[in-house]
Ligand binder design. Structure first.
Ligand SMILES: Cc1cc2nc3c(=O)[nH]c(=O)nc-3n(C[C@H](O)[C@H](O)[C@H](O)COP(=O)(O)OP(=O)(O)OC[C@H]3O[C@@H](n4cnc5c(N)ncnc54)[C@H](O)[C@@H]3O)c2cc1C
Length: 410
């Protein structure tokens, strides 16, 4: 089988084994398989051909690939630019009191996300409903404040499924990447705070250099760096023209910013509200502390696209004041109950520069099929290299696809 044909074969086998639908995005519809818990962990078979592999990036795609490759005998090292693992899975725990937390990135899980659910199950993580199952929701539109009953809101769809079908990881989404990190497979194999600056491909191996001057030599490299920041790495020989177009601004990412407020008390409960809803900024309003003990509570604003860009133009203090002044109409008493506030902009993150890949139609047609293609000894994964942009499921899927390529290759 030629390399391309073999890759396509592996890709199709993975799609079949994962039961994933092909065209899914953050907002798209999909079918729900009857058994949501997959048997995906342990999908690779050892072929006795152990390789030295460098994985660049300790987000979901890099972690799952490394985990599965180690389990079939490969020698894997992960190099991560940030001083933490998880990438766009970030549970924000500071500065909140009462052990409260809120999600910076990945938060909800669809029942059809068999890989996300499969690995959560593999690591014995518990799942809970994502949306608040008690209290009423609010919708603020054109100055009209509408109260929506809990039952009505949960039985309304968001994307393809009803809101009451969404799940979350109990204790925070970051428990999933931390489970990989703390596993015996990846123990001592992850280096943090070491941005990769260059990748030099020779006939028989690849040399990877980090910003502190260290060099690593490998048989194969898996690059899971978001396309938006891929041009921080110098490739020799250069990557394909399609990847260069994509990494030099030719592959759109969605901007997304979240603003969080911790309140001294849950004053909204006086009105039988649960602190959740929507407004026409547009924003989704979540209260991630709805099922956590403690008198304080966090309400957060989830903004995308223009609303996120407008927020990014403001200072931190202005962001909090702007959202708070709007929320005073949605949740009267917000301003006088505020304890602390903060924001998280993914467009401003040095190692993300965007929330998730959202290519235009023409970018998708011209480049999507090239993004995940291996270039000799360098393989590519990440949500941008999947058909399921903006979900952990896509990142996991692409990581497993790349791990299979590496395991199968010479
Ligand atoms: C606001 C937001 C909301 C989301 N909501 C959901 C949701 O509800 N449910 C869901 O399932 N998913 C959600 N997602 C998507 C999900 O978080 C991502 O699809 C997934 O985490 C991406 O994983 P990844 O491995 O592809 O990339 P990343 O997590 O970005 O990992 C790539 C890693 O590479 C590192 N890196 C970059 N450059 C270098 C370099 N030069 N050298 C070394 N390392 C480098 C980065 O620091 C990063 O750790 C959301 C994402 C965002 C941002």
């Amino acid at each position: 089988m030629s390399d391309i044909t073999r890759r396509e074969f592996i890709r199709r086998s993975l799609i079949l084994s994962a039961g994933a639908s092909l065209i899914i995005s953050c907002e798209d519809n999909e079918n729900i398989p009857s058994n949501p818990i997959s048997s995906s962990p342990g999908m690779l078979s050892s072929n006795g051909n152990a390789k030295k592999i460098i994985v660049i990036g300790a987000g979901m795609s890099g972690l799952v690939a490394a985990y599965e490759l180690v389990r079939v005998g490969h020698d894997v090292t992960i190099l991560e630019a940030r001083d933490r693992i998880g990438g766009r899975v970030l549970t924000i725990r500071s500065p909140f009191s009462n052990n409260h937390f809120a999600e910076g990135g990945a938060a909800r899980i669809k029942p059809s996300h068999n890989l996300t659910l499969g690995y959560a199950n593999h690591f014995n993580l518990n799942l809970d409903p994502f949306y608040a199952t008690s209290g009423d929701y609010v919708n603020m539109s054109n100055g009209n404040r509408e109260i929506i009953s809990n039952n009505t809101y949960l039985n309304t769809s968001y994307g393809s499924i009803l809101r009451n079908e969404y799940l979350k990881i109990r204790g925070g989404s970051d428990l999933l990447p931390h489970s990989f990190y703390n596993s015996s497979a990846l123990n001592n194999k992850i280096y943090l705070g070491v941005p990769v600056t260059s990748i030099h491909q020779q006939n028989n191996n690849v040399t990877v250099q980090t910003s502190n001057g260290n060099q690593f030599i490998a048989d194969r490299v898996l690059c899971t760096v978001p396309i938006t920041v891929l041009n921080k790495i110098q490739f020799t020989p250069p990557l394909s023209p399609e990847k260069q177009t994509a990494m030099n601004g030719g592959y759109r990412y969605a901007p997304s910013t979240r603003v969080y407020m911790q309140f001294q008390n849950r004053f909204w409960e006086n009105e039988s509200l649960n602190g959740w809803g929507n407004s026409d900024i547009p924003e989704e309003i979540w209260q991630p502390t709805w099922d956590l003990a403690g008198s304080t509570g966090i309400i957060m604003s989830y903004l995308r696209w223009t609303a996120a860009q407008e927020m990014d133009a403001l200072s931190e203090e202005e962001r909090i004041n702007y959202i708070l002044s709007r929320w005073e109409n949605i949740f009267p008493g917000a301003a006088s109950s505020l304890q602390s506030g903060m924001s998280q902009s993914w467009a401003e993150e040095e190692w993300s520069k965007g929330a998730w890949a959202s290519p235009t139609g023409s970018q998708d047609a011209a480049l999507a099929n090239h993004i995940g293609l291996a270039e000799d000894r360098i393989h590519f994964a990440g949500e941008h290299a999947s058909d399921d942009h903006g979900w952990m499921q896509g990142a996991l899927f692409s990581g497993l696809r790349a791990a299979a390529e590496i395991n199968e290759g010479n």
